[in-house]
Design a binder for this molecule. Structure first.
Ligand SMILES: Cc1ncc(COP(=O)(O)O)c(C=O)c1O
Length: 485
């Protein structure tokens, strides 16, 4: 029976009797004549009409936290929001004002589906910082953030049932896109050096044996969201060699590549092969996420399809924000601004790592990011970050439970901590609260360990069997354990 195949009773029961304690009297029966009030007001009368692809859609673990983390008493280590107040806000404000008053005829008008040509040129300059020196503006499509780029690429390549290989864990917004295209995600494990090439090859062999159509590998090589790790140089070469051997397309998602703390940007995968890699870039972390400007760099044939897909979706990206980014790159010291951002994030990363080191109970481990926004923390054996979450919120600290970053329900023993937004003192306080919550959880765990409540036991995760029905990839859990606190 479907959700909304209704027996009328639920709609009528409430009107037949007075609520307990309501005395009969004038007006007491008014409710009997008022419109029928559904007993289940959230029952959705359109439930049978939704497309199949909507059934698996769920609120992201991050969005689910929004109402909580905005409370002032809560230290949020949850959201990955850039520190935009470090921008020269007055200069940006007058720059945008000038764009409207001086160039309104263009900046307030529709534009090209592919994006403003001047901005596409400047995007090529930005990509050159990561070794992509052969990109032509004609291969660039401007998008509404790289999130739209991900959506376009997935629409262009994936039919329902196709397989996308993705790191385990993976960026939650990418998992949402794959899922809404009804692609199946198979995770490939990572360790401190990023995606493990041998595991990638293994996954490809198994998919081949299963007859699965692998459409691409989705990877975030730099300062991974959520794992905080970076793909090492030797592995970049290994992965490109595997891609050649297996005729694998790679979608390289790189919003954090210029946010390294102590080193020059690493050479992009796209710089090594222009035909096998579709590259996604963004100004969200280096300038402003509110402007929603990102891009895709793709071989010309793919670019053509991406432009058709974007025209169907949004006609064209917003003109004003494209002009704003191009003008910012033309007139503002944006390289210095990126340096300022990285110094600020490095200080916050240090505050986070130092306080984790000082306060976390034994058995807790975490990654040590060399750039970007995130630390990936593994709880002591048997704890579950999702079950622990309400107790953490009660203690006024928020994080994102690890399960949000897996398509297969894995990751319960992990959490993502973001250090990008709070001030260093808040980060220290947040980590202190979190350490207490974990200690309390450990106490409870040891108290209840012998009692079969099911609540405080480690939830044994099903070992994926890599069948067509269960294409979720090898369990990830043990790859981040070495050499940490
Ligand atoms: C790995 C990754 N890809 C893509 C995005 C989306 O960024 P944008 O704001 O450009 O849409 C994010 C945002 O956090 C991200 O972390």
């Amino acid at each position: 029976m479907s959700d909304n195949s209704l027996d009328p009773a639920p709609y009528t029961r409430r009107v037949a009797t007075l609520p307990p304690g309501v005395p009969p009297g004038p007006g007491a029966n008014a409710h009997l004549h008022s419109p029928v009030v559904p007993r289940h007001p959230r029952l959705d009368p359109l439930a049978d009409r939704y497309a199949a692809r909507t059934h698996g859609m769920k609120t992201s673990e991050i969005r689910a936290l929004f109402s909580v983390v905005s409370r002032p008493e809560v230290v949020s280590l949850a959201g990955g929001m850039p520190a935009v107040t470090a921008l020269p806000l007055d200069a940006v404000g007058s720059m945008i004002g000038d764009l409207v008053s001086g160039m309104g005829a263009q900046t307030l008008q529709y534009g090209s589906g592919q994006g403003d040509p001047r901005l596409r040129e400047r995007i090529c300059d930005v990509m050159a910082l990561e070794g992509i020196t052969d990109a032509s503006p004609s291969e660039v499509v401007v998008t509404v953030g790289s999130q739209q780029g991900l959506d376009l690429v997935t629409r262009v390549f994936c039919d329902p049932g196709d397989v996308v290989l993705a790191e385990g864990p993976s960026y939650v917004g990418a998992l949402g896109v794959f899922q809404s295209s009804e692609a199946r995600v198979r995770h490939v494990p990572m360790d401190d050096d990023g995606l493990i090439p041998e595991a990638l090859e293994q996954a490809l062999l198994e998919c081949r044996a299963n007859g699965d159509r692998v459409k691409f590998l989705y990877t975030v090589p730099n300062y991974h969201n959520p794992a905080g790790v970076t793909l090492s140089e030797p592995r970049r070469e290994q992965i490109m060699a595997i891609a050649d051997r297996y005729d694998l397309l790679i979608v390289e998602d790189n919003p954090y590549g210029l946010l390294g703390f102590d080193r020059e940007p690493m050479r992009a995968l796209r710089a090594r092969n222009s035909q096998r890699v579709v590259y996604l870039g963004s100004f969200s972390k280096t300038f402003s996420p509110g402007l929603r400007v990102g891009w895709v760099l793709a071989p010309l044939a793919v670019r053509e399809k991406l432009v058709l897909a974007t025209e169907a979706q949004v006609l064209c990206p917003p003109s004003l924000t494209q002009y704003a980014v191009a003008r910012y790159l033309d007139t503002q010291p944006w390289r210095e601004q990126i340096k300022l951002f990285t110094e600020l994030y490095r200080e916050r990363r240090d505050a986070c790592l130092e306080s984790l080191e000082a306060m976390m109970p034994a058995g807790t481990t975490w990654t040590r990011p060399e750039g970007g926004f995130y630390v990936w923390l593994k709880l002591p054996h048997g704890l579950d970050s999702k079950l622990m979450q309400p107790r953490a919120v009660n203690a006024h600290v928020a994080y994102v439970p690890g399960i949000g970053f897996y398509a297969d329900g894995g990751g319960r023993e992990y959490m993502r901590l973001s250090y990008c937004y709070p001030e260093p003192d808040q980060i220290r306080e947040g980590v202190r609260r979190l350490a207490r919550v974990i200690e309390a959880e450990l106490d409870l765990h040891s108290t209840f360990d012998s009692v079969d409540t099911g609540t405080f036991r480690a939830v044994p995760r099903a070992v994926p069997n890599h069948t067509a029905e269960n294409l979720v990839g090898p369990a990830n859990s043990d790859h981040f354990e070495d050499g940490r606190a």
